[in-house]
Every structure is written in C-alpha cells, then in structure tokens.
Design a protein around this ligand. Structure first.
Ligand code: HEM
Length: 277
C-alpha cells in the first residue's frame, strides 16, 4: 500500500505551538465569531455575511481612496491611478456579490426581517465616508450617527478635507484657469457643477495627447463612478425583488429613495462634457 501523501515531506509547517499561524495572523477567531444571528431562520446568515463582507471591501476602498487622494495632492498621479483602478475592481467585486443575495426570496427575508428593527445599510458609516470622500457631501447624512460621537467625528473630519473630486479639480487648475470660488471653495459643502470646470475637462478630452495625465485621471474617475452606479442599480433591483415597494427598515420610502439616489452624480462635469465632444 502506498503511503498517503503528507505535505510535511516537502516542508509544510505542521506544528504551530508558539508560532503565528494563519488564524492568528488574520484574527480569524474574532472574524468568524462576529456572525451573530438574531433568529433561527436559515437565510439570516447569508444576509449578515453579505453585509459584513461588503463592509470589509468598503474598508479596503477607504484605505485605497485615502492613499490615492494623498498621492494626487503630492502630484504622484501614477501611484494614485493604480489605487483608483483597484477601487474600481473592488466595486466590481461588490457588484458580483449581489448574485449571491438574489438567491434570497421575499419569503426567506420576511421570516427574519422584523429582527432587524430599524437597522439598515442607510446607517453604514463606511458607505457615507466613501460618498463624502468622493465628493457627495450631504451633512444631513451625519444625523443617523448622532448617537456615536466617534463616528460623527470621523465623518466630520472627512468633510473638512477636500474630496477626491476637489483634488482632481485642483490638479486641473494647474493647467487651466478656474474660478477661485471653485478651487478654494468651502469643501464641507456640496459641490456645485461649474461651466468653467466642464470647459476645462472638455479641452482635456479634445486633446488627450497634450493633457495625458488629466485625461487618465478623468477616465479613472469615470470608470470608478461607472461601477459605483452599477452597485446602486444592483442594490435597488435586489431590494425591489425582495421587499417590493415596502418602506425600508431605516424609515425611507425604500425603492423610491434608492431610485432617487440613482440620479446622484459624483463627478458631474466628466459625464456632461461627453455630449459636447
Ligand atoms: C435584501 C437585502 C437588502 C434590502 C432589502 C435592503 C434595503 C435597503 C433599503 C430599503 C434602503 C433605504 C434605506 C432604508 O429605509 O432602509 C437601503 C439602503 C442602503 N443599503 Fe440596503 N438592502 C439590502 C442589502 C444591502 C447590502 C448587502 C448592503 C451592503 C452593505 C446594503 C447597503 C445599503 C446602503 C449603503 C444603503 C444606503 C444607500 C444610500 O443612502 O444611498 N444593503 N437598503
């Protein structure tokens, strides 16, 4: 009889007494003990893991966006582009994840929906941080976090910094004269589209070979927003499929609120200029 294959024969480490193992490095005990279900329904585990994994990917997106913005401020566009490409891939990943959640029917979900109380992704502080980082800044969205001073502080700190789009416009202003009211605006307020910014981006697209870095930056931003829009669309379609037109657990009109969010433009001039080309 041949001896069963033993990976130790080719050097696999089999003893971790006193050494750091895979589970230690990744804090797996903590991670895999965080799936606390509130009912004994089968699908609640899917619902929890779907949200938790989304939050983990968002955590990485924030990490990448933070570094990308810092690189752009320092004029290191190449490094920023690499990170922005990664963030777009993260959202692609999040988009594919809806296919798993779509296997949950309305009957499966209503069996545990009451256990959620008023909790909802609407209160995801990481999602709000991502929106604030990109440039969609609405201070009303701070209010669901008022009971958590640490989260309000985190989000307010974000509002005090220029968004990724503000930083992109400042980069644009190095090649094109832009109004001071745009370049040095109060970054904590929502961004209002500007004809001068659109005219400058249009010039970039008319002569990419002259403005290659700005052109590449613009396309990286559009690429990312494209994936972000797909995420919103996948979300609202999944929501309609699972709860129809019921109100959300977070208290909004549900699908009507999420459809309204489909109109949000993160980098407005970059989309509008296309009509002019
Ligand atoms: C069957 C599954 C889901 C349903 C029925 C659902 C339902 C809803 C509804 C109705 C809203 C609007 C706010 C409210 O009144 O509650 C909402 C918002 C939100 N949900 Fe979901 N959702 C689901 C899955 C997810 C997943 C997996 C995520 C991933 C993290 C997520 C993240 C969010 C976020 C970030 C918002 C805020 C969107 C914004 O303000 O623009 N949702 N969800």
């Amino acid at each position: 009889m041949t001896k069963p294959y033993d990976p130790a024969d080719e050097g696999a480490q089999m003893s971790f007494d006193g050494r750091m193992a895979y589970g230690d490095y990744l804090s797996l005990d903590m991670l895999l003990n965080a799936q606390k279900t509130w009912t004994d329904t089968h699908d609640e585990m899917l619902f929890i893991i779907q949200h938790q994994t989304s939050e983990l990917w968002m955590r990485l997106a924030i990490h990448e966006l933070t570094a990308a913005r810092a690189h752009l401020i320092d004029g290191h566009s190449r490094q920023a582009f690499k990170m922005l490409a990664r963030v777009a891939r993260i959202f692609e990943q999040l988009n594919s994840a809806w296919d798993v959640l779509r296997t949950m029917t309305p009957s499966d979900y209503t069996a545990f929906r009451d256990a959620l109380g008023q909790s909802s992704g609407f209160q995801s502080h990481q999602y709000r941080q991502i929106e604030f980082m990109l440039g969609n800044r609405n201070k009303a969205m701070l209010r669901p976090h008022a009971h958590r001073a640490d989260l309000v502080e985190l989000l307010e700190n974000e509002l005090a910094q220029p968004s990724l789009y503000d930083v992109a416009i400042r980069a644009l202003s190095q090649s094109f004269a832009l109004p001071d009211a745009v370049v040095n605006r109060d970054v904590s307020e929502p961004y209002a589209p500007s004809p001068e910014v659109q005219a400058a981006w249009t010039e970039v697209y008319r002569a990419p070979e002259i403005h290659w870095e700005l052109y590449e930056l613009a396309e990286k931003l559009v690429d990312f927003e494209d994936y972000f829009r797909r995420w919103r669309f996948n979300h609202v379609t999944t929501v309609e499929r699972v709860i129809g037109f019921k109100r959300g657990t977070g208290g909004t009109g549900g699908v009507s609120y999420l459809r309204r969010m489909l109109d949000v433009e993160l980098f407005p001039e970059l989309w509008h200029l296309r009509t002019e080309l």
